[in-house]
Design a protein around this ligand. Structure first.
Ligand code: SAM
Ligand code: DTB
Ligand code: SF4
Length: 348
């Protein structure tokens, strides 16, 4: 039976069995799920912009932007609004549907909140879907971002809980989950995925997908990044992961997240056209477009057009990529609110 409904009760063993199936069996299943849920041959396009680069207090072992490592990257302050809007206009002119603004912050500070909220409103007014990735968020901040017109928050779990502490020491897996919960409570769609090629084992890739599958609802977007190795970072010399392993991860994501955009995210610059075609055949239906990701290169329009033409694929239309309706956060029942007040009053 082809799976169309999202499930949240996957066991790690079930995911491992999919992941380790013969590649034709795996991709066959992934394509059946894709065909049952999506139009054939369509690819969603997101464009990234680094609105605040480098100098980050976190020590993520893969990242160009951590202040803990010497990578030669120039740090910059928060970009002015007019430059963000120009970049968004350019992205839209090149056909992007979603504009994702990334800041190298451990967490969003309240003093920056109005500036980022203005960016979101201005990008939204250009007719683009909005996404930001700003590090950890508090509940009240998520609410302000949503009210400004935020469609998606990107916050990756990166790898399995067990391997996570080998990659990052300055925050915990639970910190990441807490921020995701704050976004959900504010009614923001989630973009949550990870990275392959950080020296993790297959069990960690399976563990990541298992953790993502437990999120209810599932993230609406699941970016699968291949590590872009950065000299000067602890993971700069990691052994690259094979393209077949990437295709396996993407195919499993397609099956486990039947209704989510599954993105062939960072790492395409180092992949052959055939490698990318395999990943798109395996079930990915979204990419980052443009010449740059955040701080590193991406194939760009000319090469992407050639790839899609060769595959007979095309970019999904605006209607096909429309943000799922965001449910308004549940309003607290007056009787519950009254009871809470009484309890707080009684305790003080
Ligand atoms: N500071 C924020 C955070 O960590 O959530 C937002 C920016 S951070 C660059 C966004 C995501 O990009 C990371 O969670 C990671 O998954 C991915 N990423 C960062 N550097 C990467 C690299 N060198 N290769 C592949 N993915 C990378
Ligand atoms: C995601 O999963 N990948 C993007 C986006 N979310 C923010 C970032 C990729 C960064 C690759 C390295 C760089 O360009 O700095
Ligand atoms: Fe890089 Fe984000 Fe980690 Fe900072 S929090 S080091 S920007 S991945």
């Amino acid at each position: 039976m082809t799976q169309t409904e999202a499930r949240h009760d996957w066991s790690r063993e079930e995911i491992a069995a999919l992941y380790e199936a013969p590649l034709d069996t795996l991709i066959g299943k992934a394509l059946a799920v894709k065909t049952a849920n999506w139009a054939d041959g369509k690819v969603q396009k997101s464009q990234l912009l680094s609105i605040k680069t480098g100098g980050c207090a976190e020590d993520c072992g893969y990242c160009n932007q951590s202040a803990h490592f010497e990578t030669g990257l120039d740090a910059s302050k928060l970009m002015p609004l007019d430059e963000v809007v120009s970049a968004a206009k350019e992205a839209k002119a090149c056909g992007a549907d979603r504009f994702c603004m990334g800041a190298a912050w451990r967490n969003l500070k309240d003093r920056d909140l109005p500036k980022v909220a203005d960016m979101i409103s201005a990008v939204k007014a250009e007719g683009l879907e909005t996404c930001v990735t700003l590090g950890m968020l508090e509940q009240h901040q998520a609410k302000v971002l949503r009210e400004a017109g935020l469609d998606y928050y990107n916050h990756n779990l990166d790898t399995s809980p067990e391997y996570y502490e080998k990659v990052v020491s300055t925050r915990t897996y639970q910190d990441r989950l807490d921020t995701l919960a704050h976004c959900r409570e504010a009614g923001i769609n989630l973009c949550v995925g990870g990275i392959l090629g950080m020296g993790e084992g297959r069990e960690d890739r399976i563990g990541l997908i298992h953790e993502l599958s437990k999120l209810n609802p599932h993230p609406e977007s699941v970016p699968v990044n291949m590590l872009v190795p950065i000299e000067g970072t602890p993971l700069g010399q990691s052994k690259p992961v094979s393209i077949v392993e990437m295709a396996r991860a993407l195919a499993v994501c397609r099956i486990v997240f039947p209704k989510s955009w599954v993105r062939l995210a960072a790492g395409r610059e180092a992949m052959s056209e055939e490698g990318q075609a395999l990943c798109l055949l395996a079930g990915a239906n979204s990419v980052f477009v443009g010449e740059r990701l955040l701080t590193t290169d991406n194939p760009g329009e000319t090469r992407d057009e050639a790839l899609l033409k060769a595959m007979g694929f095309e970019h999904a239309s605006k209607e096909e990529t429309a943000t799922p309706a965001i449910e308004e956060p549940a309003v607290e029942e007056p009787v519950v609110a009254a009871r809470k007040t009484t309890l707080i009053g009684a305790a003080s």
